[in-house]
Design a protein around this ligand. Sequence first.
Ligand code: ZN
Length: 467
Amino acid sequence: MKKPISLLLVLAVLLVSCGTQDRKAKYIFYFIGDGMGTSHVTLAKLYADSVLNDSNAVSFTQFPVVSHSTTYAQNRYITGSAAAGTALSSGTKTSINTIGLTYDRTDTLYSIAKKFKEAGRKVAILTSVSIDHATPAAFYAHVGHRDNYYEIAKQLPKSNYDFFASGGFLEPNGSKSDSGAVSIYELGKHYGYHFTTSLTGVDSLVAAGAKSVVYSAPNSASGSALQYEIDRSPSDVTLADITRKAIDVVDNPNGFFIMVEGGKIDWAAHDNDAATVIHDVLAFARAVDVAIDFYSKHPNETLIVVTADHETGGLSVGNRENKYDVHVNLLQYQKVSKERLHKLVSDFQLQNPKAKFADLLSLLAENTGLSKEIELTDADIQMLMEAYNYVFKSSQSPETTTYSETDPISRVAIQILNSKAAIGWTTGSHTAQPVPVFTIGCGQEHFTPMLDNTDIPKMILRSAALR
Ligand SMILES: [Zn+2]
């Protein structure tokens, strides 16, 4: 499945970068929206335009160069984050679940982040999920399976990178089966790594001359991730906050490479939860805006690439029920993620084990608009009633989806809302849809209209005049 080098590509590399021959991208931002297909971007933009009246909310859609990228893995047409992350970090396809190794796991694949570090740039790796998750791991770790979180974390301090920021670690003290393991905080110290849960703490450590800093956000959500944007309280840290902090830490005359993952776009899409997808794409776009601010001060030396590792959910704007109509405005009444709604329903049930269906409807009205701003049909009420009977009368344990727990009431409520808003979902997994690539800045001319994910890191290196 090797892609032929196109004539356009050959012509593009002959073009001179950034005006003059000796200019090259010194400051690189690599944004990866996990699971963020074209429809996720389209939906967030439609919502921002029509509900928030903000036509600049997804400003990366206005970048001058827009491409599409294929995402397939070495051994499966529909990829996963480990194989796709490795392709985006190293420029080589690998097998499903493999991180930083060849498809047969016999040889090491190196990330462009390492190349930038070796070339004297500073490097920051940022994510809204845990730092040992597949996408960030693909920039510093080499493991046979993405689920080896402790093994991944142990490799983090060996990277020698300057700054890491995330929701934390999944197995900081070793896997459950390994009780004698050294905590990664202890281990990190030996490599000169400093750990903090405060953004001002990052400043103090840097001011005191700390070589490398690992920031983990306080009040993390499940899975050691940042809160979903829709659930976030004002004091919770955002992806834009940590992007801003990363620039403070790694900005230096030799330049930098910053990778930023919007990791929970994927999680919300696995949950088929459109409102939560929208708010996480918007939060991701605000992190890109921080880079755009930096770019506007250094337009001849900065490259920003915004892409995705794969599409999640088979999301469509438009569905069978609504034919040619869309009602994305209905999603504004959803106030919490499906994951948080499950928690609210569970707490409500614990406190009111004999609650009536009408009481449950008030909870749903408040958090989703259903039965309040959004009218329910007899069929909708029937579905919710069945879910209520199932949960309240048969005391079932929660259902699990890829990244969260749910219950029939929350699942049916969000399904009804998505259906009324004309949002279609074809899967709870990933799809093979190509993903968008938005590029601006020094080297943008290397990004041709149709790419493969393995092309992207190579073009970033080329923009920076590295190999
Ligand atoms: Zn992914």
